[in-house]
Each structure stands twice: as structure tokens, then as C-alpha cells.
Ligand binder design. Structure first.
Ligand code: NI
Length: 258
């Protein structure tokens, strides 16, 4: 059984509800999924899914791309993270893809807030980084993010960045991007990450893996990410299932298996 370690099944893309997603997960051998918060306005929907379904977990955090929304404080995140189904803080991090570095002091402050909350809550971080790897790692070191631990989600960086995150005690999660034809360099990174530090995810509704590329993604499709990684590493897919599921429950220690 696999775990989809990062999805957004609370998004309006899933107007037909969670039932078909859960049914497809069962068929694909995907036992659990972590529904990741992107802002506090939508957090109640994330939590409602986790409360309704024993095998869905929640996180709490505000995405670095979300600007016109409630700015989280450490206290606010800690308060929301007290819920037993909230197993992580995030997603958080830095994203200089849309806005230049000089324009986003607020992103760096917000990232620090999340790291402080994660350390105090004793819950791991879900880190998003895009066009900002050096600053992301620098802030993680300055704020002792390793004390909280966490995952570099939807990883698309170099082996050097992966190595630095592994050295901080972080896990590395690969999404459907590894199945894309253009992602040869990323596949090489996915081949090298130690099996006991690897996670798989969909980032649904985005980034559907081949053969669904361009369509709406869903947690069941994490099966295709796992198959590709097993193939790359020359191991049975069962080994990837077992390792990534063990890793998930080790990292997200408050998540209970169903
Ligand atoms: Ni995400």
C-alpha cells in the first residue's frame, strides 16, 4: 500500500466529492493521503476531509504564493495544529518564480514563522521551494528546521540541494514530474536519494503523471510515480510501497494508520 504524501483534494476541482477519489485509491493500493493546507481561509475544508475520513490526514499552513490572505502567526498555527488529524505544518517555503526575491521579504518572514511553529508543535514541515533553493536552505539552517524535520515536497532541484536537505534530516518527495519526458536530471536524483528518506506524492490536482499528463490529478495516480521510481532503481514496486509508507509514518509521527 502506498501513501500520497501531498495532495489538495479540498480544491474546487473535486466538486464531485471525495468518494470517487477514495474508491480509486483503494483500487490502486493507495491506503492514505495527506491533504495539504495552502491558506487559513480554506483550512476548514482540509480539516473537514480529514475528520470525515480516517485515512486522510491534514496539515496547516499558508503557501508562499498566497499573498492576499490571513497572515499566520506562530500562535495561530500552533492553535490549529493541536487538532489530532493535523500531522504537519505547511505547505510553506519560498517561491521566487512569480515575484523577484527583492519583492518578497514577507515570504521569508512567513517561512520563519512556520518553522518556529513546527519546532514548538513538534510536527514536521512541508517545504515548497521554487527558484529559491539557496535562500530556502539558508533559512532552514538559521531557524534550526532540522529540529522539526520535514519533507522537501514536489522536489525538482539538483542532487546538491537534495544532499543539503538530507543533511538537515529532511525527506525528499517526488511527484508526477519524475515521469515527464524532460525530467532526466530529476530521475537521476530520484535514483540516488536513500530509500529510507524517500516519499511519493501527487500534488493533486496538478502535475498528473504520465499517462495522465495534462489531466486532473488524484491521489490514486501516486501509483504511477512509485512504479517509475521502482523501475529507475531496479527494485520491485513492493519495495517502494513498503519503504515510502514506513517513511511517511515515521516522519508524520502523529498520523495513525487505519
Ligand atoms: Ni502543494
Amino acid at each position: 500500500m502506498l501513501v500520497d504524501s501531498h495532495c489538495h483534494i479540498d480544491f474546487p476541482d473535486y466538486a464531485d466529492g471525495a468518494a470517487p477519489l477514495l474508491a480509486n485509491m483503494r483500487v490502486a493500493g493507495v491506503g492514505h493521503a495527506l491533504c495539504v493546507s495552502v491558506d487559513l481561509e480554506r483550512f476548514p475544508n482540509v480539516l473537514a476531509l480529514a475528520e470525515a475520513h480516517p485515512n486522510i490526514f491534514a496539515s496547516v499552513g499558508v503557501h508562499p504564493d498566497h499573498q492576499d490572505c490571513e497572515e499566520p502567526t506562530v500562535e495561530r498555527l500552533l492553535d490549529l495544529a493541536r487538532h489530532p488529524k493535523v500531522v504537519a505544518i505547511g505547505e510553506t517555503g519560498l517561491d521566487y518564480y512569480r515575484l523577484p526575491r527583492e519583492a518578497v521579504d514577507w515570504q521569508r518572514e512567513r517561512f520563519r514563522t512556520h518553522i518556529r511553529a513546527a519546532r514548538q508543535a513538534g510536527k514536521p514541515l512541508i517545504v515548497h521551494t521554487r527558484s529559491a533553493a539557496d535562500d530556502t536552505l539558508a533559512i532552514m539552517r538559521e531557524e534550526a528546521a532540522g529540529e522539526a524535520g520535514g519533507v522537501m515536497h514536489c522536489f525538482t532541484e539538483s542532487w546538491q540541494v537534495a544532499r543539503a536537505a538530507l543533511d538537515l534530516g529532511f525527506y525528499i518527495a517526488f511527484s508526477g514530474i519524475v515521469t515527464f519526458k524532460s525530467a532526466a536530471a530529476l530521475r537521476e536524483v530520484a535514483r540516488q536519494v536513500p530509500l529510507d528518506r524517500l516519499l511519493v506524492e501527487t500534488d493533486s490536482p496538478y502535475l498528473a503523471p504520465v499517462p495522465y499528463r495534462g489531466k486532473r490529478n488524484e491521489p490514486a495516480y501516486v501509483r504511477h510515480v512509485a512504479e517509475l521510481i521502482a523501475d529507475l532503481r531496479g527494485v520491485p514496486v513492493k519495495a517502494v510501497d513498503e519503504a515510502t509508507t514506513e517513511n511517511f509514518f515515521r516522519l508524520f509521527g502523529s498520523a495513525k494508520r487505519t
